[in-house]
Design a protein around this ligand. Sequence first.
Ligand SMILES: [Zn+2]
Ligand SMILES: [Zn+2]
Length: 246
Amino acid sequence: MQVGSFAKRSARLVVDFALPPRCAGCGLIVDEVGSFCTLCWTKIEFLGAGGCERCGIPLEATDADLCAACLAQSSPVDRMRAAVAYGEIARSLALRLKYGRKTALAATMARFMAVHLDDYPEDSVMMPVPLHRRRLWGRGFNQAVLIARALAERKGLNVECCALIRTRSTPPLKAMNMAQRRRVVSGAFAIASGKDVAGRTIILVDDVLTTGSTASACARVLKRAGAERVELISWARVVRPAHLMR
Ligand SMILES: [Zn+2]
Ligand SMILES: [Zn+2]
């Protein structure tokens, strides 16, 4: 046996011993890095490949390709996907990443998000949904950037963090309905001067997808600047029972 490889293996053993992988949901020790324990696993609703072709929302057993909302209204976002339904554990991961800067959680999210991504042209870029600079100063980082970096590494794509900017600080959208949200975020984004997105495929990255109004506002700006295609990938999405009705 080569001394080098033995040393490497011992080093890995030491690291493994020092840092046993933990469940991303509850912290219980698990076998694999970036995974969940059995109990957390059963509590997470992973979103499958089926569902609405455009927005990915689960559909009831039916032969329709699009959900009622997508049939009713066109969207500048060509495709939206999320890894999991927004629930207790999905929320916990999102909050711990947002306020605790736990980069390992971004890697875990990216692992489950990556399976929902297609293959893209080489010049495609991942763009985290930007924070307004005032919020960025307050928090010190944008959680969507951490996720985008982890995802881009898996997909072999570039991350472009500065092309899309938030020109206006928007209040939390939590308590607003769809129309209010759309109004609040419209005109809140812009392309930074000197940045060119013409002809590119852009994959927007966010932690939580609620109604898609933020993604639409971003996509509208990108398309206006000539982007060929805009998709959104998020860690979790709010799956409303109303969306399941046709
Ligand atoms: Zn767990
Ligand atoms: Zn849809």
